[in-house]
Every structure is written in structure tokens, then in C-alpha cells.
Design a protein around this ligand. Structure first.
Ligand code: AP5
Length: 225
């Protein structure tokens, strides 16, 4: 299965991608995670991306597109993948289409997380991330067993710098201006389905599994290409 998760910052794309990746045994590929890792290690990519990320702006298309085209060539992506945070502009979507076409493969489904700005802001301001393993928590919705400590590895939790209120507002604006137009682009392609991103994690997964599983007849109704 080749899946794209689309939706505003804080919609829960990354959280759901982890659940789906385990369920289907396909890699979760997040441009945000790849860029953050490059910033943390002070790699040339991180040096280019850092200032954009700190302001909540998008990193230039040619940089992120190159990352994804290369990542999709790795063997583990041959049987399918979940893209989280890519594409984010029309240029990125067109570049992805081109790259996949060359390999004669296509995206099966775009899952669009419709999420209210209030929910997105509340989720981002409460998000805490493990310094060591990167696991995500939320101080109210998905709290760790011990405050400030990761359940998975015992690492300390921190707030992402771009989850500060002012940057969050800019990220939501950037999303409205540059990423939301992709909804119409993919509706025209006939492969977009909407889910409510406001649902809790388990409920959202059950909706996906019951209604969007490839084994369901619903899947046959997607436009075949
Ligand atoms: P990126 O990391 O992709 O950030 P984002 O899209 O803003 O998404 P988030 O990670 O903030 O939200 P999410 O929807 O994954 O929510 P999550 O599951 O974590 O990008 C960061 C930056 O990198 C960008 O600003 C840009 O600069 C750059 N970048 C990345 N990709 C790019 C691209 N393609 N082009 C150009 N630049 C790019 O959940 C959020 C919180 O809510 C967590 O605390 C979680 O525990 C909680 N939660 C999740 N789901 C639920 C639920 N269902 N119910 C209750 N709580 C929930």
C-alpha cells in the first residue's frame, strides 16, 4: 500500500503513521523527522533547513523533493510506504507524480485529516517529544507514565522549538496558503478520502481499518490508473 497522510500541523499524521506502519509492515517516511535529524546532527542538509524550520516556513521544494525521491529508492519502500508531511506544495506533488511514474508505480490513497485549528493548536502546544528516541506524547491526551520521562526508553521529554505559539500560528497559515490546495489536486485525481483528525488515535485507526483497508470493496472504488 502506498499512502500519503495530508492535513494541518497537529492533525495527528505522525502518530497515526506509526500505528499504520506497524499494522501494514511498511515504512513511515516523514520529511519533518528526516529534516530534524539532519539539524540535530548538524549535517549540510540540516544547515540549509534550520532557519526555515525555526520560523515555521517550508524548506525549499528542490531540497525536500530530492530527499524523498532518494528515500523511495531504498528497498524497504518497494512493498509500500506511508508519506507523512510530503508533499506540501503543488510543485512537490507534481515532482512526486513524475518520480513514481518513471517507476510505473502510483499512490493508492491520500488520507486527509480534517482538523479544526483549535484542536491543532491544543495538540501542538501540549506535544512533548523524547530527546533520545523521538517518541511523541501529549501532556493531556497521551501522557507518559512519569511526567517528563519517555515510557519507551527513559529519555527526557522536550517541547519542539516550532511548537511555540507564534511559530504554530505561522505553520497553520503556511499550511492554509501552500498545502491545503493539494486537497483539490488529489480530489481531481480521485484518490483522496477524508477522515476527522479530531478523533482520538484508536477511533481514527478503527475508521481507517474498517473503511479504508485494501481488502474492502471501498478500495475498488478508487480511480484506477
Ligand atoms: P513536520 O514535522 O512535518 O510538522 P507538521 O506537518 O507541522 O506536523 P506535526 O508533526 O506538527 O503534526 P502531526 O500531524 O504529525 O501531529 P502528531 O501526530 O505529531 O514538519 C516540520 C517542519 O519541517 C515544517 O514546518 C517545515 O519547515 C519542514 N518540512 C517538513 N516537511 C516539509 C516539506 N514537505 N516541504 C517543506 N518543508 C517541510 O500529533 C501532535 C500532538 O497531538 C502530539 O502531542 C500527539 O501525541 C497528539 N495527538 C496525535 N493524534 C492525536 C489524537 N488523535 N487525539 C489526541 N491527541 C493526538
Amino acid at each position: 500500500m502506498r499512502l500519503i497522510l495530508l492535513g494541518p500541523p497537529g492533525a495527528g499524521k505522525g502518530t497515526q503513521a506509526i500505528v499504520l506502519s506497524k499494522k501494514y509492515g511498511i515504512p513511515h517516511i516523514s520529511t519533518g523527522d528526516i529534516l530534524r535529524e539532519a539539524v540535530k546532527k548538524d549535517l549540510p542538509l540540516g544547515k540549509k533547513a534550520r532557519s526555515f524550520m525555526e520560523k515555521g516556513e517550508l524548506v525549499p521544494d528542490e531540497i525536500v523533493t530530492g530527499i524523498i525521491v532518494e528515500r523511495l529508492k531504498i528497498d524497504d519502500a518497494k512493498k509500500g510506504f506511508i508519506l507523512d508531511g510530503f508533499p506540501r506544495t503543488l510543485k512537490q506533488a507534481q515532482a512526486l507524480d513524475e518520480a513514481l511514474k518513471k517507476e510505473s508505480i502510483y499512490i493508492d490513497l491520500i488520507l486527509y485529516f480534517e482538523t479544526s485549528p483549535e484542536v491543532a493548536i491544543a495538540r501542538l502546544s501540549g506535544r512533548r517529544v523524547c530527546k533520545v528516541c523521538g517518541y511523541n506524547y501529549h501532556i493531556k491526551n497521551i501522557p507518559p507514565k512519569k511526567t517528563g520521562i519517555c515510557d519507551q526508553c527513559g529519555g527526557g521529554l522536550f517541547q519542539r522549538p516550532d511548537d511555540k505559539e507564534e511559530t504554530v500560528r505561522n505553520r497553520l497559515k503556511v499550511y492554509e496558503d501552500q498545502t491545503k490546495p493539494l486537497v483539490d489536486y488529489y480530489i481531481k485525481e480521485g484518490i483522496l478520502r477524508k477522515v476527522s483528525g479530531d478523533l482520538d488515535v484508536k477511533e481514527l485507526f478503527h475508521r481507517f481499518f474498517l473503511r479504508y483497508s485494501p481488502k474492502r470493496s471501498w478500495y475498488d472504488s478508487l480511480k484506477k490508473r
